[in-house]
Design a protein around this ligand. Structure first.
Ligand code: LIP
Length: 328
């Protein structure tokens, strides 16, 4: 059964249990209840996002603000979507905690993270795309238990494509037509045959700060890596949503993705989906396992491609440079 928007209400389908056949209870949490809640939140958030974009075609405006720089955008819809998701989750799971880009980006203590459930939310990943109605806009919802990510849900309401995974149970995609399929990464093993996506970190490169030399160094490293791929890879893509980048690698649409400056909410859900689809992750210079609170990420379909990229891409001390820029 599909609704008018083409998104199967998985919560209405027994199918959901078939995706979680290997998932045991976590504390008092039934995985199916968490996944059903996340998919319903993603679907309802998608309606808010799609209505806003379609409303602009009829003349309504997008209410736009900036955060850390003129390139770091936030809209009323970002905040409204995150509040809506948090309210629904809190209603179902009142003891659970949140990390969210717009309303919950303060620190949660390590002891709290290690003890319970934390939902990690990016209400609109690809806000610049959303503002421009460029159709790569995703809602990203992850769940971590005792500081280990166990569930990821990513939904693009503008293409009506959704991806979801539960640790140990595989990764799946709900296609625009409504069918649900299991997904696996591609089998590319060399940079020369790879389609690779990345981001340029314009949000911190465009900050008005005194750390001009650090910004110049970041720009040099980012540009150097793009140059290496322009001559070495089959081609490069920049789609503007880290969560979607991760899902594209998970389903084999691209072979690898890397970016400096990502945040936990950008990648937490996509990382579960990518790993369940057989993908590999590390920092850009190869440190593994990748921590979702890191600031630079590289994911690939195979270990061979990841290792080759680790050897040709520069990372230098970019995290320190980002922290200097962000603290100025
Ligand atoms: C976006 C990331 C993307 C990055 C953008 C932006 P947001 O997140 O998903 O990878 O390149 O600059 O940070 O801010 O739209 O949620």
């Amino acid at each position: 059964m599909t609704n008018a928007n083409g998104l199967k209400h998985l919560s209405d389908l027994d199918l959901i249990y078939s995706y979680l056949v290997n998932a045991g209870k976590l504390g008092d949490l039934e995985p199916a209840n968490a996944l059903r809640c996340a998919l319903k939140c993603a679907h309802d958030a998608g309606v808010m996002i799609r209505n806003n974009v379609e409303g602009r075609a009829l003349g309504s405006e997008v209410n736009l603000n900036t955060k850390s720089s003129v390139a770091d955008l936030v809209t009323e819809t970002d905040v409204a979507v995150e509040k809506c998701i948090r309210a629904r989750i809190s209603q179902t799971f009142p003891s659970h905690m949140f990390v969210g880009e717009e309303t919950a980006n303060g620190e949660i203590s390590q002891s709290a993270r290690s003890a319970g459930f934390v939902w990690i939310i990016d209400p609109i990943d690809g806000t610049t795309n959303f503002v421009h109605a460029f159709p790569i806009v995703t809602v990203s919802i992850a769940l971590a238990y005792k500081d280990e990510s166990v569930m990821g849900v990513v939904y693009n309401p503008l293409t009506d494509e959704a991806w979801f995974a539960w640790k140990g149970c595989g990764a799946y995609m709900k296609r625009a037509c409504g069918s649900i399929v299991s997904i696996r990464t591609s089998t590319c093993t060399s940079v020369g045959s790879a389609l690779i996506s990345t981001g340029f970190g314009v949000a911190f490169l465009r900050r008005q700060t005194k750390a001009v030399s650090e910004q110049a160094k970041i720009l040099e490293i980012v540009s150097q890596n793009v140059k290496v791929l322009m001559t070495g890879a089959r081609d490069i893509r920049r789609i503007g949503s880290a969560a979607c980048d991760m899902c594209y690698v998970a389903m084999g649409r691209t072979d690898s993705y890397f970016e400096f400056g990502v945040r936990e909410w950008d990648i937490a859900a996509g990382l579960v989906i990518l790993h369940e689809a057989g993908g590999e992750s590390s920092t850009i210079r190869g440190a593994t396992p990748y921590s979702i609170r890191g600031r630079n990420v590289l994911v690939a379909d195979t270990n061979a491609l990841r290792v080759e990229l680790n050897s040709v891409l520069r990372e230098d001390n970019i995290i320190e440079l980002i922290e200097i820029v962000e603290s100025n």
